[in-house]
Design a protein around this ligand. Structure first.
Ligand code: CAA
Length: 295
C-alpha cells in the first residue's frame, strides 16, 4: 500500500490553488508548480486571503495559518516534483497539453509515484496511455470552490489498479472530502448531468424565455439551488464550460452536449465569466448586474 506524504500539484489556477490549500490543510507537504512566477504569486495571494479570512472569523489561529503555509513549497520547475508520492494535475482542459505534461512527469518521477488528473471531461485512459504507469494513474475530480465543496469523483480507468484506486479514494477521504467512484466515461457523474443543464439555461436565454436574472432566480428559488445556471456557468468559467461541452459532444455526439452559439460567441468576445470580470453578469461593480448581450 502506497503511503502518501508529499503531494505535487501542477497548475495553481482556481482549482489547483484550492486543491493545494485543502491538501496542506490535511497535513501533507505540498509542492505546487505553476508555469510562471506571476501565476505563483497570484495563487499564493489567493490562498493567503482565504486563510486570513478564516483567521478573522476565528476558525483558525495565526499560528495554524503560518504552519499551513509553511507546508506549501512553490516552484516553476517540474523537477521539484520528483520527490512527490502523488501528483495532482490541474492545468487547463487541453488533451495535448496534459499528455505532454504526463510524458515529462513519467520520465522524471520514480515508478512508485501515483499520477492523478483533476480533469472534468478528458479520458483518464487517454492521459494514462502516454505514461508507463497506467495502473498507477487515476482521476481525482474536485469541485469549485474546492475548500467548500465536499465531493470528489475518484475515477478508475480500465487499467487503474485496485490498489491505486483504494489509495486515491483514501487520500480523498483524508482531505475531509466525500469520494464517489466513477468509471472513465467522459464527464463522469456530475458533468454528465450538469453540463446539459447549464447549456439548457443558456438556450433558454437565447430563446428569449426570460431574462438572465429571472432564469437564475427561478432555479434558485424554485429548486433551492445555491446558484442559477447562468451564474453557475459564469462561476465555472464560460471558456471552461465551452471546452467541456465540446469534449462531451465530440465523445457522445448527442445534441444535449452541443454548446449553444451564444456560449461560443461569448467565449470569442472574451466574456469568460467571473474570472474575466464579465459573462452573463458584469462583476465590475459591488453587485453583479446582467450583461447587455443585445438579445
Ligand atoms: N472560494 C472559497 N470560499 C468561498 C468562495 C470561493 N470561491 N465563494 C464563497 N466562499 C466562502 C465565503 O467566503 C463565505 O465564507 P465565510 O463563512 O467565511 O463568510 C462562504 O463561502 C459563503 O459565501 P457567500 O455567503 O458569499 O456565498 P454562498 O452562501 O452563496 O456560497 C457558494 C457560495 C458555496 C459558492 C455557493 O454559491 C454554491 O455552492 N454555489 C454552487 C457551486 C457549485 O455548484 N460548484 C460546482 C461547480 S461544477 C465544478 O466545479 C466541476 C466542473 O467540472 C465544472
Amino acid at each position: 500500500m502506497t503511503s502518501v506524504k508529499t503531494v505535487g500539484v501542477i497548475g495553481a489556477g482556481i482549482m489547483g490553488s484550492g486543491i493545494a490549500q485543502v491538501v496542506a490543510q490535511a497535513g501533507y507537504a505540498v509542492v505546487v508548480r505553476e508555469a510562471e512566477q506571476r501565476f505563483v504569486d497570484k495563487a499564493r495571494q489567493a490562498i493567503d486571503g482565504r486563510l486570513q479570512r478564516a483567521v478573522e472569523k476565528g476558525r483558525m489561529t495565526v499560528e495554524e495559518k503560518v504552519t499551513l503555509l509553511d507546508r506549501i513549497m512553490w516552484t516553476i520547475t517540474l523537477e521539484e516534483l520528483r520527490g512527490a508520492d502523488l501528483i495532482i494535475e490541474a492545468i487547463s482542459e487541453d488533451l495535448p497539453l496534459k499528455q505532454d505534461l504526463f510524458r515529462t512527469l513519467d520520465r522524471l518521477c520514480p515508478p512508485s509515484t501515483i499520477f492523478v488528473s483533476n480533469t472534468s471531461s478528458i479520458s483518464i485512459m487517454a492521459l494514462a496511455s502516454v505514461t508507463g504507469r497506467a495502473d498507477r494513474f487515476a482521476g481525482l475530480h474536485f469541485f469549485n470552490p474546492v475548500p467548500l465543496m465536499k465531493l470528489v469523483e475518484v475515477v478508475r480507468s480500465i487499467r487503474t489498479s485496485a490498489e491505486t484506486f483504494r489509495t486515491v479514494s483514501d487520500f480523498a477521504t483524508s482531505l475531509g472530502k466525500e469520494p464517489v467512484a466513477a468509471k472513465d466515461h467522459c464527464g463522469f457523474i456530475v458533468n454528465r448531468l450538469l453540463v446539459p443543464y447549464l447549456l439548457d439555461g443558456i438556450r433558454a436565454l437565447e430563446a428569449g424565455v426570460a431574462s438572465a436574472a429571472d432564469i437564475d432566480k427561478a432555479m434558485r428559488l424554485g429548486c433551492n439551488h445555491p446558484m442559477g445556471p447562468l451564474e453557475l456557468a459564469d462561476f465555472v468559467g464560460l471558456d471552461t464550460t465551452y471546452a467541456i461541452a465540446n469534449i462531451m459532444f465530440e465523445e457522445y455526439r448527442e445534441a444535449r452536449y452541443a454548446p449553444p452559439p451564444l456560449l461560443k460567441t461569448m467565449v470569442i468576445a472574451g466574456y469568460h465569466g467571473r474570472k474575466s470580470g464579465r459573462g452573463f453578469y458584469d462583476y465590475s461593480g459591488s453587485t453583479p448586474h446582467a450583461t447587455d448581450l443585445g438579445l
